[in-house]
Ligand binder design. Structure first.
Ligand code: PMV
Length: 354
């Protein structure tokens, strides 16, 4: 009678911030010092697939990441598991005669298997897709009734940027005001159909693991950078308003200007940290120069660039024509297997090769 298993599989794409989150005001609850805005990629590229299973025969919670068992003892996993369990509801499978009551979930254990179709922890925001997918799959398994914004506040406690992956399209993470963090959650700005001619290309400069984790980096920045305080108080609130406008009006010139400026300021804030943090390398800098020169020579921006906590370039092209030209330039200036280290291209959103 104890041999049954119930499984749920979910797939969640990663997201790329165009107005960056960097710095926590509360490390335990993962509450940020400013709002941020991101674009969620197409699930066909850069996504996590997670299967969660429950069975009375499971003796403990266990998790496998890309086929390798990992420990669930960390606070981030425990937060997500605890918060979803607290919201679990009755589940019934009439066909198989299985009934799980709200109370049973406290004693039942889960097994979790998660796969990334891209390198883990290489500055490609793998934790964003991972925790969003985990929380979503667990919520479905345990029949939690919370909507995606409410689930985002739970995913946030796994990894801050994860809260933005509960929605497609462009998403805003509102920093919130209250101390318990319940209003620090994600809302959709526009859905994925609103601006579907954008093409996202990720130039993988290096797929090695980053040297400074975002947790350590943010802590050091919050403790030492005066520029961060200025950014969070004076710059980001205005940029958030302008960015939402640009997205709603599909104003690429303004969107590109804000995206590049915010990426550059995020890396300036890293440089303003003591000791300074370097996430970009020479190849990253050369890509920036190449895009800036091109945009200037055309007169209106064709491509926006943004870099997270690593050297890989996320390039957002205005349309397929600009994306095709961009790929041509990248292949010319950064030929694969050359000493520039640029080793592959990942196409986000709509593949221009198909
Ligand atoms: O959520 P974390 O801890 O992986 O931090 C992500 C930070 C950045 O990717 C650099 C910026 C962002 O807003 O995603």
């Amino acid at each position: 009678a104890d041999s049954w298993v119930i499984m749920v599989t979910a797939q969640t794409p990663t997201n790329i911030a165009v107005i960056k989150y960097w710095g926590k005001r509360d490390e335990k609850l993962i509450l940020p010092v400013n709002d941020s805005i991101s674009v969620t990629l197409d699930p066909a590229h850069l996504c996590t697939t997670t299967t969660v299973a429950v069975s009375p025969s499971f003796a403990q919670d266990r998790m496998w990441l890309n086929g390798k068992e990992i420990s669930l003892s960390g606070g981030r996993y425990q937060n997500c598991l605890r918060e979803i369990r607290a919201r679990a509801c009755d589940v019934e499978d009439k066909e198989r005669g299985i009934k799980i009551s709200k109370k049973d979930w406290e004693k039942l254990h889960v097994h979790i298997a998660s796969y990334n179709n891209f390198p883990t922890a290489a500055g490609l925001a793998s934790s964003a897709a991972g925790f969003a997918c985990l929380v979503f799959a667990l919520a479905k398994l345990m029949n939690a009734k919370e909507d995606n914004s409410e689930l985002s506040a739970i995913a946030r406690q796994g990894s801050g940027s994860a809260c933005r992956s509960l929605f497609g399209g462009f998403v805003k993470w509102k920093m919130g005001k209250v101390e318990d963090g319940s209003d620090s959650l994600a809302v959709q700005v526009v859905d994925e159909k609103h601006w579907d001619d954008l093409v996202i290309i990720i130039a993988v400069v290096s797929s090695r693991q980053k040297e400074t984790s975002s947790t350590t980096g943010m802590r050091e920045t919050v403790e030492t950078s005066l520029l961060l305080q200025h950014r969070a108080k004076e710059i980001v609130p205005k940029r958030i308003v302008q960015m939402e406008e640009s997205i709603k009006n599909r104003n690429f010139a303004s969107f590109a200007h804000l995206t590049c400026a915010d990426s550059n300021q995020f890396h300036a804030v890293c440089m303003d940290t003591c000791p300074p943090i370097f996430y970009m390398n020479d190849t990253s800098h050369r890509i920036i120069s190449c895009v800036e020169k091109w945009n200037r020579s055309v007169g209106t921006p064709q491509v926006a660039y943004t870099f997270d906590a690593g050297p890989n370039a996320v390039l957002i092209a205005h349309n397929r024509k600009a994306a095709a030209q961009l790929l041509q330039k990248l292949l010319f200036y950064f030929p694969p297997n050359s000493d520039t280290e640029l080793n592959s291209y990942v196409l986000g959103d709509k593949s221009i090769l198909k």
